[in-house]
Design a protein around this ligand. Structure first.
Ligand code: URA
Length: 420
């Protein structure tokens, strides 16, 4: 094969053959196909798409570029993947909850980039907690605790790691077949028998409109089915931040509240909805709302954190500086834009602009009111936390126009639809 022939075929609107796909992924992984050639191919895919068969094969080729874990544990294995949002800490209460209900939950996660936070960054605000585990540590913890949230091991879908970094700098992230194969190659390589996808839609999500979120969800589910994984997708709202806390340590604290039977209603609702779907795919009959209320999920959380060197009882880091945004008028808060809050938290230091940047554990935004709440003029609406007060003006300018007092409150439900 020649890379130029493969690029021309896709440029001219043809479907790639299985052999072409296998070759180009393998050759790219090994440096035989150059970055500039792969970026031309990714751009041709962006414009001309891939068929369901091509996408399935592309995914398979990326899985085959590395190892596929075999999770030999006695319980059914089930995982969740979110396409990313603002205040999306759901993995933190969800993994221990589903484990407390009898499943084994391997959650190999990533770090945040841009305005969406990363699960590992959040957990790393817990003193002592360690994200990097070996495959044997992952398997041991799955058996002993039932839940593990850690960094994806180097050997999982290395082709995707290389391709995703390339897409990031060539304007080719936003192609549904490439997004779907990227996500599913990592999740299938991780080896869980069942997978629930939380496909977010709204300003704080990758997919801003319902039609494109639905197309992505359908593509993800189709790849899972093709690979023998029991899979479904929830389409969920991401026009408003999830819960009140957006950041790292503040999101851990909110997750612990949920695990202790409290916490914001939307976080509890989505945690329970995703748990119910995961348990249904795993063939376990349990009542996740009751298990959450019983405190058993908190017990699994504490064991999960300890197993990775963390102290679940330690005080969490607090930012040195706080700035309050007050409500400018009285009335019902009708909107609070997830994207703006996500960018503000990022600017305050909760997120990173480049992969190698550090994040601040204590930085973030607390949303003291959510759409539907009545507020009085002068009441604190948002609290901004940072160790770098110089960042506050930029965060404040991002937040200008990010909320409305008075007007219609959206009636869109949190869980918009389920795709099976
Ligand atoms: N997340 C991924 O893992 N891959 C993509 O392509 C987009 C989002």
């Amino acid at each position: 094969f020649s890379a130029v022939d493969v690029i021309r075929a896709k440029r001219d609107g043809f479907a790639l053959s299985d052999a072409q796909i296998d070759w180009v992924i393998d050759a790219y992984t090994h440096g035989v196909v150059a970055d500039e050639q792969m970026s031309a191919l990714a751009m041709a895919i962006f414009f001309n798409g891939m068929t369901a068969a091509e996408t399935a094969r592309w995914t398979q080729a990326m899985i085959s570029s590395g190892e596929r874990l075999s999770l030999h544990v006695s319980r059914p294995t089930v995982d969740k993947h979110s396409t990313g949002g603002v205040g999306d800490k759901i993995t933190l209460p969800l993994a221990p909850l589903v484990a407390a209900c009898g499943a084994a939950v391997p959650q190999l996660s990533g770090r945040g980039l841009g305005h969406t936070g990363g699960t590992l960054d959040k957990l790393e605000s817990i003193p002592g907690w360690r994200a990097a585990l070996s495959t044997s540590e992952i398997l041991d913890q799955l058996s002993s605790v039932g839940a593990v949230v850690c960094a994806a091991t180097e050997g999982l879908a290395p082709a995707d790691r290389k391709l995703y970094a390339l897409r990031d700098v060539t304007g080719t992230v936003e192609a549904i077949p490439l997004i779907a194969s990227s996500i599913m190659s990592k999740k299938i390589a991780e080896g869980a028998e069942s997978l629930v996808l939380d496909v977010k839609v709204g300003s704080g999500a990758f997919m801003k409109d319902l039609a494109s979120a639905r197309t992505l969800a359908e593509a993800l589910v189709a790849i899972g089915v093709e690979h023998g994984v029991r899979v479904s997708a929830l389409l969920t709202d991401m026009s408003v931040p999830l819960g009140r806390a957006v950041g790292n340590a503040v999101e851990v604290a909110e997750s612990v509240d949920v695990l202790r039977g409290g916490g914001p209603a939307d976080v509890v609702e989505l945690t329970v909805a995703l748990a119910a779907e995961m348990l249904s795919l795993a063939g376990i009959s349990a009542d996740p709302a009751a298990v959450l209320a019983s405190g058993e999920a908190y017990e699994v959380w504490a064991r999960m954190i300890r197993a990775q060197g963390g102290d679940p009882d330690a005080d969490l880091p607090v930012a040195s500086h706080k700035h309050v945004v007050e409500a400018p008028a009285s009335g019902v808060l009708s909107t609070l834009d997830a994207y703006a809050v996500g960018v503000a938290a990022w600017r305050l230091g909760a997120g990173r602009a480049r992969k190698e940047d550090p994040v601040q554990a204590g930085a973030g935004v607390l949303c003291l009111a959510k759409p539907g709440d009545s507020v009085e003029a002068g009441q604190p609406l948002l609290e901004l936390y940072t160790d770098t007060p110089d960042a506050v003006p930029a965060a404040l300018s991002t937040l200008e126009g990010s909320f409305t007092i008075g007007g219609e409150v959206s009636s869109r439900p949190l869980v918009i639809d389920t795709i099976r």
